[in-house]
Design a protein around this ligand. Structure first.
Ligand code: GZL
Ligand code: ZN
Length: 339
C-alpha cells in the first residue's frame, strides 16, 4: 500500500507549510488514454477546468510497467480533474522525445514522463521550459546538470534496492564462496546503473561474493531467459542469480528448469520489483528474496500536479517507500497485493 506524507511548501506568499497525507486511491479507470501523442483525448480538449497532462511512458516491457501505467491512468482521470494524453514509447528514447515535443506543440499544461535512459534529455527539456510547461519525472531519473529542467523526481531509491539485496545475500547465501551472475536492466537506465552499484557497494567487502558474469536482459522475461541460457552454457557452477527485476528472474527460472536444475535451491535467485508473478514464484520457493519497487505512483503524481496547479511547490526529490520479502513474507502478502 502506498501511503506517504510529504510536506509541500505553499508559494512565496509564505503561507504555512501544507502537509498532505497522500494515499493510493484507485478511482475508476479511464482506459481510453492509449491514444498516440498526436491525438488529443477523444472528448476534445477535455473541456472545462481539467488540467491537461502529457505523459510519456517507457513502454510495456514488464509486469511492473503494466502496474505503473494502470496506476497513472486510474489517477489522472477526467473525474479527478485531468485531461491525460498518454503514449507508450516501446522503450525507445527517440519516441519519448517525439511524444514530449508533441505535447509541447499541443500546449499541455504539464508534462510527466519516465525516462527510459538517464542521458540525452537536455534539449527537449529546455524546449518544455521555454514553453513554460512544468515537467515531472516519475519512476526513473535523468542525468542533467540543470535542475531547473524538472519540478520533481518521484520514484524509488534504486541504489538502496541493490544494497538491500546485497545485504541479504551477505547474510543468507554468501557465508561461503559463491559464483554470482547478474541480469542487468536496460542499459543506461537509472534502475540498471543504480541497482548494479548498490549490490556492489554492499558486497564488495565480502570476499565470498564473486560476480562471474553480468549482462543486460532489458527488463523482459525473454531477455532474462536468453541471457540465463548463455550463462548456464558458459558457467557450470552458478550459485546465485541477481536479477534487476522480477520479469528477468522469471525468464531465468525457465532457463534453469530447462537445464534440469532447481531454481531457489541449486541456483538461488534474488530480484527487485515485487510484482504478483514474482511474489508467487517467491512463495513457491523458486525465488529466495525480493526487494519491492512500488509502481503505484499515480495518486502521488495527481497530487503533485494539483499542488503545482494551485501555486504550491513540491520537494525536488520524493522517494517512494519500498518493502522487502522473503518466502514466508511473500506467502503472507500475496492475498492483499495490489499489483
Ligand atoms: C523501476 C522501473 C523498472 C522496473 C522494471 O522503477 O523503472 O522498469 O524495475 C521496469 O520492471 O521495466
Ligand atoms: Zn512498507
Amino acid at each position: 500500500m502506498v501511503s506517504k506524507k510529504f510536506s509541500m511548501r505553499a508559494a512565496a506568499a509564505g503561507v504555512a507549510v501544507l502537509a498532505l497525507g497522500l494515499s493510493a486511491c484507485s478511482s475508476g479507470g479511464d482506459d481510453d488514454n492509449t491514444a498516440d501523442p498526436g491525438s488529443s483525448s477523444s472528448e476534445g480538449s477535455g473541456g472545462g477546468d481539467t488540467i491537461s497532462v502529457g505523459f510519456s511512458q517507457v513502454g510495456s516491457e514488464s509486469g511492473w510497467r503494466a502496474a505503473n501505467t494502470k496506476s497513472i491512468q486510474e489517477s489522472l482521470t477526467k473525474e479527478n480533474g485531468f485531461d491525460l494524453k498518454f503514449s507508450d514509447a516501446q522503450q525507445k528514447q527517440e519516441n519519448q522525445i517525439q511524444a514530449i515535443r508533441s505535447y509541447i506543440a499541443q500546449g499541455v499544461k504539464y508534462i510527466a514522463f519516465s525516462p527510459v535512459v538517464e542521458t540525452g534529455w537536455d534539449a527537449v527539456l529546455q524546449e518544455a521550459k521555454a514553453a513554460n510547461i512544468p515537467v515531472i519525472l516519475t519512476d526513473r531519473a535523468v542525468d542533467t546538470q540543470d535542475k531547473t529542467l524538472y519540478k520533481t523526481f518521484i520514484g524509488s531509491d534504486f541504489v538502496e534496492e541493490g544494497k538491500r539485496i546485497g545485504e541479504w545475500v551477505n547474510e543468507n547465501v554468501a557465508t561461503e564462496p559463491i559464483n554470482v551472475v547478474e541480469l542487468q536492466g536496460t542499459t543506461g537506465s537509472a534502475p540498471a546503473i543504480d541497482r548494479k552499484q548498490g549490490f556492489e557497494d554492499a558486497t564488495k567487502s565480502n570476499t565470498n561474493v564473486k560476480i562471474i558474469a553480468s549482462q543486460t536482459g532489458d527488463f523482459t522475461r525473454d531477455g532474462g531467459k536468453k541471457v540465463m541460457e548463455g550463462f548456464l552454457q558458459a558457467n557450470p557452477d552458478i550459485d546465485l542469480v541477481y536479477a534487476h527485476n522480477d520479469d528477468m528472474a522469471l525468464g531465468a527460472i525457465e532457463a534453469i528448469e530447462a537445464a534440469g536444475k532447481v531454481p531457489g535451491k541449486d541456483i538461488k535467485i534474488v530480484s527487485i520489483d515485487g510484482v504478483k508473478d514474482g511474489m508467487q514464484a517467491l512463495a513457491d520457493g523458486k525465488i529466495n528474496y525480493i526487494v519491492e519497487c512500488n509502481p503505484l505512483l499515480g495518486p502521488d503524481l495527481a497530487d503533485i500536479i494539483k499542488t503545482l496547479d494551485s501555486g504550491g511547490t513540491v520537494e525536488p526529490r520524493i522517494v517512494t517507500h519500498d518493502d522487502a520479502f522473503d518466502q514466508a513474507a511473500a506467502k503472507e502478502a500475496l492475498p492483499t497485493r495490489q499489483y
